[in-house]
Design a protein around this ligand. Structure first.
Ligand code: SAH
Ligand code: SF4
Length: 464
């Protein structure tokens, strides 16, 4: 019996025993790449005879897909893994898998091996496509299984169960070669490797044919797309080819490293996002700055300066004056002085981002910054609050500029904070709340903006 037959046989037996299909519950921590990986894990589990559940008591397979980018994410995953102990003792049929970036670190893998005996299967980020084999081993032989990452080759054609019927992630590449000194990603996700363009174009075509309205292309540094695979085809060429696919949809992409973002890419965006036509590419660009100090950027191994960054922003705004730019900032990177930090605040004032994601620096084991002179916690959190004040004021001012305008919004669902309101995002990725019935969910609607606050807009729906 091969692995697939073994697992299907197992889920059939469980179905007879339980009077329902065995449940699978997947919990995802961290970034969009992890969400995309979890959709593959769910696709595989469903193809093997499991049924999706959000109730852990009805789960015969629980998978936690973990994050390692900051300590907080790891502590959270470890803490909820601890809570699985009682479920495992209550349900003898339960198989527990912990996977993802946290497990791709040797020290965490051995910690979980030793201190979490009720975890059956541990695997990292590189080979989640082998879930069927991992489960078959467990079912056939019992015991516990630990799979460090070894094979980083790309596996195409795995089943995918997408969370949304109208929004989709499409990975264009995996891994990272940049080794920013604070970051664990290159260690846990391996070296850069790109998917073949034919596979990406086919996937996008199929999604558009299925009525998907928003597709986000994913990669740790999308501008490295194609390196090592093609000599004369890059991310801008890929975007151009994707835009040739007919249909009513919007493309986003992330993340662009400022050292590699090209004028060619900005030109392709400009051509396919003209406001007087139906834009194919959203006029929104995520360009992580990380720090506004040249000295800190050098210590971070980022390979750009404030000047280079500002010239990119100028070029974008010259070509697309209404483009929304967002960023990531790390506060309290080792050795950051008050003057360095003020450089970051100055960049926020200069650039006036539409949105930002800010992080307090978190020490990551095995990275060069771990050994650098650390900034005291108190100073880090005080700077963090000062930075939030600056950006919150700018965000509010920028949001107010939308009042009275009509925005085309992809309606995503009910607001989590107010069930009477629908929620969605405009092309610029701004969150907008408005009243309306469920029939709008999953389609574009025109919404007139009535009021604005720091994090979202409120509006009135005009028409579908
Ligand atoms: N490849 C992407 C995303 C990497 S992780 C990029 O280069 O932008 C997402 C964000 O987490 C980073 O942009 C950075 O701002 C933040 N981050 C990464 N490592 C961190 C650390 N050790 N402490 C705090 N924030 C970190
Ligand atoms: Fe991490 Fe830098 Fe790679 Fe982004 S580019 S994943 S921040 S090492």
């Amino acid at each position: 019996m091969n692995s697939t037959e073994t697992v299907i046989n197992h889920t059939k037996k469980l179905t007879e025993k339980l009077g329902r299909k065995p449940g699978v519950m997947i919990r995802t921590f961290g970034c969009q790449q992890n969400e995309a990986d979890s959709e593959v894990l769910m696709g595989i589990a469903l193809s093997l005879g499991y049924e999706k559940t959000d109730d852990e008591k009805k789960a015969e397979l629980i998978i936690y897909n973990t994050c390692a980018v900051r300590e907080h994410a790891e502590l959270k995953a470890l803490s909820i893994t601890g809570q699985l102990k009682h479920l495992k003792s209550e349900n003898p049929d339960l198989i527990v898998c912990i996977c993802g970036c946290m497990v791709s670190q040797e020290h965490r893998l051995s910690q979980m091996k030793g201190s979490y005996p009720y975890v059956d299967i541990l695997f990292g980020t590189a080979e989640h496509g082998k879930l069927t084999d991992y489960l078959a081993d467990k079912i056939k032989k019992g015991g516990r299984y630990f799979h460090p990452d070894t094979d980083y080759s790309i596996e195409e054609g795995l089943p995918v169960k997408r969370e949304s019927s109208f929004k989709a992630w499409v990975s264009v590449m995996y891994g990272c070669n940049n080794f920013c000194t604070y970051c664990v990603v290159p260690y846990v996700r391996g070296r850069e490797r790109s998917r073949r363009k034919e596979c990406i174009l086919e996937e996008v075509k199929a999604l558009v044919a299925d009525g998907v309205k928003e597709i986000t292309l994913l990669g740790q540094n999308v501008n490295s797309y194609g390196k090592g695979l093609y000599t004369d085809y890059d991310f801008a060429d890929l975007l151009e080819d994707i835009c040739g696919i007919e249909g009513d949809y919007l493309i986003r992409f992330m993340t662009s490293h400022p050292k590699d973002a090209t004028e060619k890419l900005i030109d392709v965006m400009t051509a396919h996002s003209q406001p007087d036509s139906r834009p194919r590419i959203a006029r929104q660009f995520h360009l992580p700055l990380q720090s506004g100090s040249d000295r800190v950027l050098k210590a971070m191994n980022r390979h750009y300066t404030r000047e280079r960054y500002l010239s990119l922003v100028d070029y974008m705004r010259e070509k697309m004056p209404d483009i929304a730019i967002s960023t990531d900032i790390i506060v309290g990177f080792p050795t950051e002085t008050e003057e360095d930090f003020e450089g970051t605040l100055e960049m926020l004032e200069k650039i006036r981002y539409d949105a930002f994601f800010s992080f307090i620096y978190s020490i990551r084991k095995g990275t060069p910054a771990e050994k650098m002179e650390q900034v005291p916690e108190k100073v880090k959190s005080e700077r963090f609050m000062r930075m939030l004040d600056v950006q919150n004021r700018i965000s509010l001012e920028k949001n107010k500029e939308y009042i009275g305008k009509t925005e085309r919004v992809l309606v995503e669902g009910r607001s989590k904070t107010d069930g009477d309101m629908l929620t969605g995002r405009n092309e610029k990725n701004r969150l907008i709340h408005f009243e309306g019935d469920d029939g709008y969910i999953g389609s574009f609607a025109d919404v007139e903006v009535i009021s604005a606050d720091t994090y979202c807009l409120t509006g009135k729906i005009l028409k579908k």
